[in-house]
Design a protein around this ligand. Structure first.
Ligand SMILES: Nc1ncnc2c1ncn2[C@@H]1O[C@H](COP(=O)(O)OP(=O)(O)O)[C@@H](O)[C@H]1O
Ligand SMILES: [Mg+2]
Length: 269
């Protein structure tokens, strides 16, 4: 593993990591066999980082995110949030998925956003205020009383983001949130997410299999090898965003990552 580790550069952080993934192996038990989804994966996430998990389909990105959310437990290693072992789901980690049907169809946009807050003990008045603020931040104030079926895919994703942000989580976990959107909407959503991050400064873990998206969104990228996922590289790319998309440096980095993902030697163990 170590011989293929391409440590491009790691940022010098003086503060303790917010979330730590430490030697994590994740498996699924099916009736007839055991699937190893990730093998001894380690990386740290610091507060206010935008960490992207990038790798080919099936390399265990969603599995890692599910474990961070507390739905799955490592068979080896551990995950900690603020030095506490993650033992189950909690309102400190909110997840946004790729699917457009993650909203409750019988509730209005506003009630979709207030619902998790009320379940977690936020008063109705506070929940409404926080929901309206969050909907304002994703430019959906006018749709507070609409129902999900009246919204486009991109708008539903915005509601899901508003719902997660209104909870004020320590970490926002996003699993290929824009993969099912057309290219233009996707670009717009990337811009909005970065704008939202500029405004609020939250900590983001973002999963994608798109190299361009990884470089645009990430302040740091963890590149995973094919199944079972292992860390192949960590890349700092905070200086490359939407405005640098056409720059030679952007092309050089995406080319390099592409080479790493598609032409890199397979990691067997
Ligand atoms: N519920 C499950 N049961 C058994 N195997 C699974 C399950 N979910 C995912 N896997 C397997 O684990 C591996 C990693 O899957 P996943 O985390 O979904 O990858 P990615 O999100 O990177 O595409 C794949 O080989 C996949 O087939
Ligand atoms: Mg996935």
């Amino acid at each position: 593993m170590v011989d293929v580790m391409d440590q491009v550069s790691t940022q010098a952080h003086t503060d303790a990591p917010l979330l730590r993934v430490d030697g994590v192996t994740l498996q699924y038990k099916t009736p007839d066999h055991l699937v190893t989804a990730t093998y001894r994966v380690s990386f740290d996430i610091h507060a206010h980082e935008r960490l992207v998990l990038l790798g080919p389909s099936g390399c265990g990105k969603s599995t890692l995110l599910k474990a961070m959310a507390g739905f799955l437990h490592p068979v080896e290693g551990k995950m900690t949030l603020k030095d506490r072992v993650i033992e189950g789901p909690g309102p400190d980690r909110m997840m946004v998925f790729q699917e457009f049907d993650q909203l409750l169809p019988w509730k209005t946009v506003l009630h979709n956003v207030t619902y998790p807050m009320q379940v977690n003990g936020v008063s109705a008045t506070d929940a409404k205020q926080r929901a309206l603020d969050a909907l304002g931040k994703v430019n959906l104030s006018k749709f507070a009383d609409a129902y999900p079926h009246m919204l486009s895919g991109g708008m539903k994703q915005r509601v899901a983001i508003a719902r997660a942000m209104a909870m004020k989580p320590d970490v926002l976990l996003m699993d290929e949130p824009y993969a099912a959107l057309d290219a233009l909407t996707r670009r717009k959503m990337q811009e909005e997410l970065l704008q939202l991050w500029d405004d609020i400064g939250f900590t983001l873990v973002f999963v994608t299999h798109s190299i361009d998206e990884a470089v645009v969104i990430g302040s740091r990228i963890v590149v995973l090898s094919p199944h079972p996922g292992q860390v192949r590289a960590e890349i700092n790319c905070d200086h490359l965003g939407l405005d640098e998309r056409t720059s030679p440096e952007f092309a050089q980095l995406t080319g390099r990552i592409s080479h790493m993902l598609f032409d890199g030697q397979d990691i067997a163990h």
